[in-house]
Design a binder for this molecule. Structure first.
Ligand code: ADP
Length: 543
């Protein structure tokens, strides 16, 4: 017997319609190339998303067509999030930091029809556009009088593209499993793989992550997503914030510590989200200046492991609550969030901080399991580590047009293999110890490169740290610690770093050597690129 409840499909368009109706004058503030501070409300955003939807249909965009963007976080990109998906087309957000051949691969693989692009990225089209086979037209996210000078033919300004259209649009309802957006994960080897989200998965992820037990975003919050809208849908925050009716602050292109700090203060931002490298820049800036935050209350840190010293500094030095989160593009992307559960809240501060250093706890909608090499489930005792698998309402069921990658990514019961190695404790707190390809196997036992990195960056003279395994005659592999010092001319000695680490980890985990670099390579999504470091240190031998 079926229930007698309305079977209304979950549509992304309903999120913006709701915000327009009930939070219509709540501000969306943006820094764009043509305006240092653009302001309007959710009602205006909705009107312009309607104009865009009309313009796309007039152009001939159909259900399932892919529409690409190469753009920073701002209000026009936000309108695309709803205007494109709202008509049943697929918003394909592309990471402009990818390498040329990856960009060409992605555009051609996705077969995008239109490309909406920030003026700063026009040089990319000039250089590579002829290799992008399917793109019919490029729309520049700028007014007609601020169009860039370029040799590219047939460009049109976004404002001109939507100008003649009506501010009204009847958002269609269709199967909620319809594809809504597409995002390629950079991966460290091979070609990028497309994750194809649906309206249903997006709405369910939005509801779950927004919940008070998870992200807990409230109407009084002023939220600034540092995480780019071209990376895993900015962790879903462009959908989450309008449901809460919170003010949105889009930071545009420039996110060094000084500019980010200024924007946080001027727009009275209470909550923000981004990867550890961004917070490192911000914390260094406030430390150097001897200043604090007047409005910032919470930061969501994810995308890579947040070092304990960073969490401690936010919480203890600046009174900013940290929620450490873990996930992947394939998971929409949030899979765990670090809130303190009932029963832990009264613990001493040090114990609470230890919990906060974990990647957070499991929440409804995303199931976790750890398994051994044979796929047997391992105990969730907080000690045992194994390969981490996930299953749930907003987890991918396969890569877009990529049967090979799909066939490798799931176990026989349909659980998705994350490629991470982790432990889970009895309360569901997850601790990621490594990417499976980065673990260091010393004498058959695993050493967590992430734990060593997080510990090393706690040293006051270390700006960034990476650990890779290098061959060892006796133990197969041993850890090499690679350091980027704060002061290149005055780096901390090997002895000072190792004695700082001593006693805080098992003795046999101690790095066998320390190497110094002037730069640590990062992937397009801000993660340490260990493949590059392995190449750089290919000839390294422990003495
Ligand atoms: P990419 O496109 O680089 O794959 P993702 O954001 O999808 O980008 O990467 C997901 C991976 O990032 C995870 O599998 C995990 O290895 C790492 N990661 C994300 N958040 C955390 C975290 N809080 N701690 C440790 N690792 C993390």
């Amino acid at each position: 017997m079926l229930g007698l409840m309305q079977d209304r499909p979950m549509m992304i368009s309903s999120i913006l319609s709701f915000a327009a109706q009930y939070h219509g004058d709540v501000e969306i503030v943006s820094v764009t190339a043509d305006n240092p501070r653009h302001r309007y409300g959710y009602a205006d955003a909705h009107k312009r998303a309607c104009k865009l939807a009309n313009a796309l249909q007039r152009y001939g965009v159909k259900l399932g067509d892919r529409i690409a963007t190469l753009a920073w976080n701002d209000y026009r990109h936000f309108e695309l999030y709803f205007g494109v998906s709202g008509i049943g087309a697929v918003l394909h957000t592309v990471n402009p930091r990818l390498f040329a051949d990856q960009l060409s691969y992605i555009f051609n693989h996705a077969e995008d029809r239109l490309l909406f692009i920030d003026p700063q990225f026009i040089p990319l089209v000039e250089q590579l556009g002829t290799q992008w086979k399917s793109i019919e037209r490029v729309v520049v996210l700028a007014p007609a009088d601020k169009m860039p000078e370029t040799s590219v033919d047939g460009l049109i300004s976004y404002e001109e593209f939507i100008s003649a259209e009506s501010e009204g649009f009847d958002w269609p309802e269709f199967d909620e499993r319809t594809a809504s957006s597409l995002c390629y994960t950079s991966g460290t080897t091979g070609n990028p793989k497309g994750v194809l989200f649906s309206h249903r998965s997006t709405v369910l992820h939005t509801l779950t992550v927004a919940a008070a037990s998870n992200m807990a975003i409230m109407p009084h919050d002023n939220f600034l997503p540092v995480v780019p809208m071209f990376h895993a849908n900015a962790w879903g925050t462009p959908y989450i914030t309008p449901t809460a009716g919170s003010k949105m602050v889009f930071p545009g292109a420039h996110l060094d510590g000084a500019r980010l700090y200024a924007l946080l203060e001027e727009e009275k931002v209470t909550m923000s989200a981004g990867v550890p490298t961004v917070w490192l820049g911000l914390l260094n800036y406030v430390k150097e200046q001897g200043i604090g935050f007047n409005h910032l209350q919470r930061v969501l840190i994810g995308g890579a492991a947040a070092p304990g010293a960073m969490i401690d500094s936010f919480e203890k030095d600046y009174g900013v609550t940290v929620n450490h989160a873990w996930g992947m593009t394939e998971m929409s992307p949030v899979g765990t969030i670090g809130n303190i559960k009932r029963g832990h809240a009264d613990k001493p501060q040090e114990e609470i901080l230890a919990l906060k250093r974990s990647q957070g706890h499991a929440f409804w909608g995303c199931d976790l399991k750890i398994v051994d090499d044979q796929g047997n489930r391992l105990p969730e005792d907080g000690e045992t580590t194994g390969d981490l698998y996930v299953k749930g309402y907003f987890i991918t069921s396969g890569y877009y047009n990529n049967p090979d990658a799909t066939s490798e990514a799931f176990d026989k019961d349909g659980w998705f293999q994350t490629g991470d190695v982790a432990s889970i404790d009895k309360d569901g707190y997850l601790r990621i110890t490594d990417r499976s390809k980065d673990v260091i196997k010393s004498g058959g036992e695993w050493i967590s490169s992430i734990d060593l990195e997080n510990l090393a960056v706690g040293h006051p003279d270390v700006a960034e740290a990476a650990v890779i395994g290098r061959p060892h005659h006796k133990w197969d592999e041993r850890p090499l610690l690679i350091i980027l010092p704060h002061d290149q001319d005055n780096p901390p000695s090997k002895e000072s770093i190792l004695s700082f680490m001593e006693g805080k980890i098992a003795k046999w985990w101690m790095p066998d050597d320390v190497a110094y670099v002037s730069e640590i390579p990062h992937t397009a999504t801000g993660k340490i690129q260990k493949t590059e470091l392995r190449k750089t240190f290919a000839d390294f031998k422990f003495s």
